[in-house]
Design a protein around this ligand. Structure first.
Ligand code: SF4
Length: 193
């Protein structure tokens, strides 16, 4: 299986109600060899129109932050915990997140990223259900549990939450700037282990 296979499966998926009102599926995009995998919450209006993740205002901000970290957006992979837009941008429901999780798990297994950046509380709590984003943002962690034990996670606030909140925006930029250093450390420890 490769990322194109997942894209096709997501396009045809009817496992939860989110496909009913969506215009397009949004499986994710980026490099199959990405060192960094970004996981957000759900597609929004613009993403639903275009079938691409993080193409609205929050996506623009994410791309700006990546540039500031000297990371090319084409070199990472960006997706969400659910692949169809929830109506009126409501939060995805637990059963929708569970139904959609096998696609995300397959993406992680194929890409094998060095670090998984969890954008906001929905992505965080899918893997690390007991943690609060306000407590752990900007800290790399390897967690216990069947969903989490193999990976290094780096939770940050969701870019959308920082758009109109200057304090949150500064915090998010500060956290994201730790990412290149973290990646370098992980790669170094992978080489020496
Ligand atoms: S959100 Fe996920 S589980 Fe629900 S229909 Fe879309 S692809 Fe399937």
């Amino acid at each position: 299986m490769n990322l194109s296979d997942i894209r096709e499966k997501v396009k045809e998926c009817r496992l939860c109600r989110l496909c009913e009102e969506a215009n397009n599926s949004v499986p994710g995009e980026g490099s199959e060899n990405a060192d960094i995998l970004f996981i957000g919450e759900a597609p929004g209006k613009k993403e639903d129109e275009m079938g691409m993740p993080f193409v609205g205002a929050a996506g623009k901000f994410l791309t700006e932050m990546l540039s500031a970290c000297n990371i090319d957006r084409q070199d990472v992979f960006i997706t969400n915990v659910v692949k169809h837009r929830p109506p009126a941008n409501r939060d995805p429901l637990p059963d929708e997140i569970s139904s959609c999780f096998p696609y995300l798990q397959d993406q992680i297994d194929i890409i094998q990223p060095n670090v998984i950046v969890l954008l906001g509380r929905h992505a965080l709590n899918r893997f690390l259900p007991d943690l609060r984003i306000s407590d752990v943002h900007g800290s790399a962690m390897r967690a216990q549990g069947p969903l989490a034990e193999k990976h290094i996670f780096f939770p940050v606030y969701h870019p959308a939450s920082a758009l109109y909140n200057p304090k949150m925006r500064d915090t998010l930029i500060k956290d994201m700037k730790k990412l290149p250093v973290l990646l370098k450390k992980i790669k170094k420890s992978n080489v020496s282990s």
